[in-house]
Design a protein around this ligand. Structure first.
Ligand SMILES: [Fe+2]
Length: 182
């Protein structure tokens, strides 16, 4: 509970990513937990990795470009302080480090596959918040924002675990259509 309150607080004080807690992080956690149960993975690892996966970029926009590295490091420092088991911390670090579609870091655990998939599903579920983010935080024009969102959605789709690609494709296609028509 302390961890949730801590991260929620960081999110709600962010000027660069307004609404990121309720529009994104809680959905990534929701999907990560559901997928952990579906694939018999470590639910604690998936949940905490989801909680912290974007943490550093939210805490400090200067970390955004390398937020996978900084978030993994900060999460492990916080978890060590509360005596979280070492093997779980290592897996959480790996999940966060390898979750981005824009970075070519091989995912070596089922929990890492799950975090990347959960992040992708949250984006596909809520393209409006991506559009809003592009327009408000990056100050992009409508057209540029749409292009950026479509590229991000494609990267999201590409990082979904293979087992789920067919099931998610119709939802992905509907989201892409919605963005194009918006
Ligand atoms: Fe994310």
């Amino acid at each position: 509970m302390y961890l949730y309150l801590h991260v929620e607080n960081i999110c709600n004080n962010s000027h660069s990513f307004p609404g990121i807690w309720r529009n994104h992080v809680v959905h990534v956690i929701k999907y990560a937990k559901a997928l952990a149960r579906k694939f018999n993975a470590d639910e604690d690892v998936c949940e905490i990795a989801a909680l912290f996966h974007d943490y550093a970029g939210i805490l400090n926009p200067e970390y955004y470009n390398q937020h996978h590295i900084h978030s993994a490091e900060i999460a492990s420092q916080i978890l060590r302080r509360i005596n979280f088991p070492d093997d779980k911390i290592r897996n959480i670090q790996h999940c966060i480090l390898s979750h981005r579609g824009s970075r070519n870091i091989k995912r070596k655990t089922i929990e890492a596959e799950i975090l990347a998939t959960a992040d992708a599903l949250a984006h596909i579920e809520n393209p409006d918040s991506l559009l809003q983010f592009a327009e408000e935080s990056y100050e992009m024009s409508d057209d540029k924002a749409k292009k950026w969102v479509l590229a991000k959605l494609q990267r999201s789709f590409n990082k979904i675990m293979h087992e789920l690609l067919d099931a998610i494709k119709p939802r992905f296609d509907a989201t892409v259509k919605k963005v194009i028509m918006s």
